[in-house]
Design a protein around this ligand. Sequence first.
Ligand SMILES: Cc1cc2nc3c(=O)[nH]c(=O)nc-3n(C[C@H](O)[C@H](O)[C@H](O)COP(=O)(O)O)c2cc1C
Length: 172
Amino acid sequence: MSFMELAKDRYSVRSFSEKPVEQEKMDAILEAARIAPTAVNYQPQRIYVLRSKGAVDLINGLCKCIYGAPVVFLICSDERRSWKSRTERGYSSGEMDCSIVCTHMMLEAWELGIGSVWVRLFDVEEVRKAFSLPPHIRPICLLPIGYPAADCVPYAPWHNVYRPIEDFVEYL
Ligand SMILES: Cc1cc2nc3c(=O)[nH]c(=O)nc-3n(C[C@H](O)[C@H](O)[C@H](O)COP(=O)(O)O)c2cc1C
């Protein structure tokens, strides 16, 4: 599949099968996270793999959007490592870096037949407390992954309804 075919084919999976994700596929998805571009290549991503029953139960209790996934990546920014702007007060690249990391993971997963859904509907402080994250580790998003359930289809009929390019691009 070409990149464009892959990008157009992917959709958010919101119904997972119980089939475990093979370690080779986990490794490939984490490799995609490893090589993602980040500001100054500072690589602030810190990823917790929630795979034990205890960890998956814990995140299910805090987030309604896990959809039965057997594995959930908790993608965080290590704010001690992220790039900080000298001119823009308070700016850290952590969230942007981790968004690129998550996008890499999502697309690599899809290439391997593994579905995922980007999730931000959780309380950062609750998650921090539940997984005993230190203050410099900032939860950015969750990425539940797994094999799509047999009857899985895109949840929203508008998932691939996109604005025309002229609507959001302006040549100057
Ligand atoms: C920043 C961000 C946050 C999102 N948060 C959630 C979420 O909390 N729960 C959820 O089910 N989907 C969430 N999504 C998935 C989007 O709803 C989905 O990507 C969008 O509707 C397009 O559909 P598609 O991924 O199937 O193409 C999120 C996506 C992004 C990029």
